[in-house]
Design a protein around this ligand. Structure first.
Ligand code: SF4
Length: 414
């Protein structure tokens, strides 16, 4: 496996925890900011740790993509974001023309901050809009409102027009409680009117321990059923295709030239560096999550000074297992080549010949139902049917994986 050319940097701070979110975040309050005021000391301390972690990483080739996510990274000042980018440049270098993305929340920045961030090196923004409906935003526990989102979209569109940004993306949440098709389509129309060239659309997932999980237990969360969810997904694909978007991954749609290069790294099975509290790092294939609390992350970082984490060392790392490669690969429009993925995960040709036909056999029903396509050596989900019912295909994959001998499922072939 070649050395990673991508880095994910996690900024864990948010103003407040949204009601559906179970990420590794540290809420700092509505008035928090990077330079001064509430939370600024926590941010400064964390940045010192983060820069130390980056500096302790083994060297690698210059980065082609950088993604600063969270949390709410736009809580940091442009100078602080610049310091993060500088540390990556010092440690790895950053390629000319690299894609450098920052996640931003509406109501956490203004136009001059956006301009300063672009001067610091940010050339792509992922905007956490989620909805254009104020009632929905309030029910999600979001801090911004529709007019904030529309204002930010105008600034981002202008920055794209001026060449300060190369692209920007808007996040929307679908499948909300009691959501009707007409409500969702109205959201989509407003997203198109906002001119985002890339849309990330996620179905609401109710995670344990969240306010939404508590509401669900009380019977206060009338989520659309599977048929309604599939209908919402189908009309999304139809409308966006008509508007010139390509669905290049289950949750991601882009106008030509605006697909995220960083996202593709995750789904292609290539490795990436991950830095920061709760971040997942997979430089050589195998995934390792950093500790999710500030105390545990601080302790883990102290250990790094004595001995660098094994996940960062190429010699001890294992290739990403085949089941993980296929699970993420099937999310992409282009699907997967079973044999290529098996060989890349360390399988021998004889294992491929012996075990892969079993998976193909299990997928025959999905082929007949029109959920899967088998084109040449590639398998891919159909859009929208296969992507809407991807679980049926993935369950077959997991069942097949569980039938494999332990030495085949557990480790690369000798
Ligand atoms: S802003 Fe994003 S990361 Fe922060 S709590 Fe809300 S959903 Fe979670």
């Amino acid at each position: 496996m070649s050395a990673p050319r991508s880095a994910y940097v996690h900024i864990p701070f948010c103003h407040r925890r949204c009601f559906y979110c179970d990420f590794a975040v540290v809420p700092l309050g509505d008035r928090a900011g990077g330079e001064s005021g509430p939370g600024s000391t926590s941010i400064a301390t964390y940045l010192d740790q983060l820069l130390a972690e980056i500096a302790l990483s083994p060297p690698g080739p210059p980065l082609a993509t950088v993604y600063i996510g969270g949390g709410t990274p736009s809580l940091l000042t442009p100078a602080q974001i610049s310091a993060v980018l500088q540390s990556l440049r010092r440690q790895f270098g950053v390629q000319q023309g690299a894609e450098i993305t920052l996640e931003m929340d509406p109501a956490s920045f203004d136009r001059s901050t956006l301009q300063a961030l672009c001067r610091a090196g940010i050339n792509r923004v992922s905007l956490g809009g989620q909805s254009f409906d104020d009632t929905v935003l309030e029910s999600l526990g979001r801090r911004h409102r529709r007019h904030d989102l529309q204002q930010c979209a105008l600034w981002l569109d202008q920055a794209l027009f001026d060449g300060a940004l190369r692209s920007w993306s808007l996040d929307l949440i679908r499948n909300l409680p009691a959501q009707t098709q007409s409500h969702w389509m109205a959201q989509l129309e407003q997203a198109l009117a906002a001119k985002a060239p890339h849309l990330s659309i996620y179905d609401l997932a109710v995670e344990p321990g969240t306010v939404f999980a508590w509401r669900q237990r009380r019977g206060e969360l009338p989520l659309p059923d599977d048929d309604q969810a599939a209908a919402l997904m189908a009309c999304t694909s139809e409308r966006l295709e008509r508007a010139g978007f390509c669905r290049y991954e289950i949750s991601n749609y882009a106008r030509p030239g605006h697909a995220s290069r960083h996202n593709r790294v995750y789904w292609s099975g290539a490795g990436w560096w991950g830095f920061g509290l709760g971040a997942t790092s997979a430089p050589w294939g195998e995934r390792h999550a950093r500790p999710r609390t500030r105390e545990a992350y601080g302790e883990w970082l102290c250990q790094q000074h004595r001995q660098v984490d094994a996940s960062l060392e190429r010699t001890t790392a294992q290739a990403l297992p085949l089941d993980d490669r296929l699970l993420v690969g099937l999310r992409r429009h282009e699907g997967v080549n079973l044999q290529d993925q098996a060989l890349a995960s360390g399988w021998s040709q004889s294992w491929c010949d012996r075990f892969l036909p079993g998976l193909e056999q299990r997928w025959e029903a999905a082929l007949e139902q029109g959920l899967l396509l088998h084109e040449g050596a590639r398998w891919r989900l159909t859009d929208p049917e296969g992507m809407a019912l991807s679980n049926q295909v993935l369950v077959e994959l997991v069942c097949w994986w569980e039938t494999l001998p332990a030495d085949v499922a557990g480790s690369p072939s000798p």
